[in-house]
Design a protein around this ligand. Structure first.
Ligand code: NI
Length: 216
């Protein structure tokens, strides 16, 4: 029974990830065709990530930051954001991604002064503002941790098409989560710009972010 459930969860996870992937591909295709100049797009191919311009990703949110303050997307107005979704109990994937964001910020240096790294929890039950504060401090002094009610987090995940679900892994005493792992570069008006994946290194992400910053 447990095994069946696990298999089903794995299958659902795989399907969801496929959905995210297809969504990205179709967003990319739409961008290329909407632009009407595929050859120009090809010659300006980004150094890393997939272009998200014009994709239906992101949107208004109301959450709580790691200092316990209520925040919305308007609190980030005028700032670029590097947003990652995960959970603080994550043994490996999340710490790796957040460390890569920190290295990316270090490569950007002063150029990144208008880029805010943001970590949104997919596990609001355990990731209280206090837990988030202690956690984001480990990675980058400017990183903002966001949590909220389960409903607020679910709404945020939906607008970013993030997949996350609890798993009961017998190797751990606490529950773990399967979740999609992407870094979203959002623009100063909260518009989606680039989607980075595990394939992208801090070096290539920094090149792409610099390219975007120089265009604006
Ligand atoms: Ni994780």
């Amino acid at each position: 029974m447990k095994q069946d459930k696990k298999k089903r969860v794995t299958r659902i996870a795989a399907l969801c990830l496929l959905g995210v992937f297809l969504g990205t591909v179709s967003a990319w295709n739409q961008v290329t065709s909407d632009n009407g100049s595929a050859s120009v797009m090809a010659s300006m191919e980004p150094a890393a990530g997939s272009a998200l311009a014009g994709a239906d990703i992101g949107g208004p949110f109301t959450l709580t930051d790691h200092n316990g303050n209520a925040v919305t997307e308007l609190d980030f107005a005028g700032q670029y954001k590097l947003i990652y979704f995960g959970f603080t109990f994550c043994p490996e994937i999340c710490p790796t991604a957040l460390q890569e964001i920190d290295v990316t910020m270090k490569i950007l240096g002063v150029m990144g002064k208008n880029v805010t790294p943001v970590f949104v929890t997919t596990d609001p039950e355990r990731d209280t503002p206090e837990v988030m504060r202690d956690y984001v401090e480990l990675f980058n002094p400017r990183m903002v941790g966001l949590t909220g009610t389960p409903e607020q987090i679910m709404a945020m995940q939906e607008t970013y098409r993030v997949y996350a679900a609890k798993t009961d892994n017998p190797d751990f005493s606490e529950y773990m989560m399967n979740h999609s792992s992407y870094i979203y570069l959002m623009g100063p008006n909260d518009e989606p710009l680039t989607l980075f994946s595990d394939e992208d290194t801090p070096q290539t992400m920094a090149v792409e972010i610099k390219r975007v910053l120089q265009q604006s």
